[in-house]
Design a protein around this ligand. Structure first.
Ligand code: IPD
Length: 257
């Protein structure tokens, strides 16, 4: 199994590069947007990139896939992919979007790869083998910057806006600054890279965060038990952070999750 997982991890890195290149190429020719929900869109590129990822996995391994655009079903070994995370940023022409690919086997996230082509960053992690950004070891911040903690708060209409208001109020009350940049996958990956001190969202889907969660764990950070209670199919709250603020984030989110 170890070799099988290693082969899949190497494949995922190549695949994330190919998928990122396709998304970059399609950016000028997106055509009409598909509104899945108010403020939640898919483009031709989201569909084309997911189709490419599914085709490559089928050709090479025949493994099952759960994807943002075309769904899927749980399996003992399953790929979980977001063809474009940060779709609104991608449509607006900003750099903060990425392809996110995770492999889950036996209930463990074994491989996580995030490619952010416009930012020139490729994040890779294999369970037990460390986390890397462009091949350089990643570590969570450990609050070594010495300033107030900064936590990214993701938002979607899937949870009441009043809960987000309360969360931000509690964090600020506790001396924790917040940001929102529109890509859950990159917000979590930035925690692994030590560029923020945590990422918190009251509900997010598995394809947005599984790859980043493995990065955070391998970079020395903490994550909640996202896969509990069928998080794979239904999503869950996500809390990832540098260990020093784990208890503070847990308290801020209490009663809001
Ligand atoms: C969304 C983004 C956003 C997060 C949402 C996600 P999408 O994914 O990651 O930052 O707050 O919860 O749904 O639609 O860009 O793939």
């Amino acid at each position: 199994m170890t070799d099988a997982l290693g082969a899949r991890h190497a494949f995922a890195i190549d695949l994330a590069r190919e998928a990122g290149a396709l998304a970059s190429d399609m950016r000028g020719t997106l055509g009409a947007l598909e509104a899945k929900n108010p403020m939640d869109y898919a483009t031709r590129a989201d569909h084309a990139v997911e189709a490419l990822i599914r085709r490559r996995i089928a050709e090479r391994f025949g493994d099952p896939v759960i994807g943002e655009e075309d769904g899927g079903a749980p399996a003992d070994l399953v790929w979980v992919v977001d063809p474009i995370d940060g779709t609104v940023n991608y449509v607006h022409g900003t750099a903060r979007w990425c392809v996110s690919i995770a492999l889950v086997a036996g209930g463990e996230i074994e491989s996580g790869v995030i490619n952010a082509p416009d930012e020139g960053r490729l994040f890779t992690a294999r369970r037990g083998h460390g986390a890397f950004v462009n091949g350089v070891t990643a570590r969570v911040s450990g609050l070594r910057h010495g300033a107030s903690p900064v936590v990214e708060i993701g938002w979607s209409p899937r949870r009441p806006i009043e809960h987000y208001g309360a969360l931000i109020q509690r964090l600020i009350g506790d001396g924790i600054e917040f940001r929102r940049s529109g890509s859950g996958a990159l917000g979590v990956a930035d925690t692994a890279a030590g560029l923020n001190d945590g990422y918190l969202e009251l509900h997010i889907n598995a394809w947005d965060v599984l790859a980043g969660m493995l990065l955070v764990r391998e970079a020395g950070g903490r994550t909640n038990d996202f896969l509990a209670g069928n998080g794979l199919m239904n999503g869950n709250p996500i809390i990832v952070c540098t260990p020093e603020i784990e208890a503070r984030l847990g308290s801020a989110a209490m009663g809001l999750l």
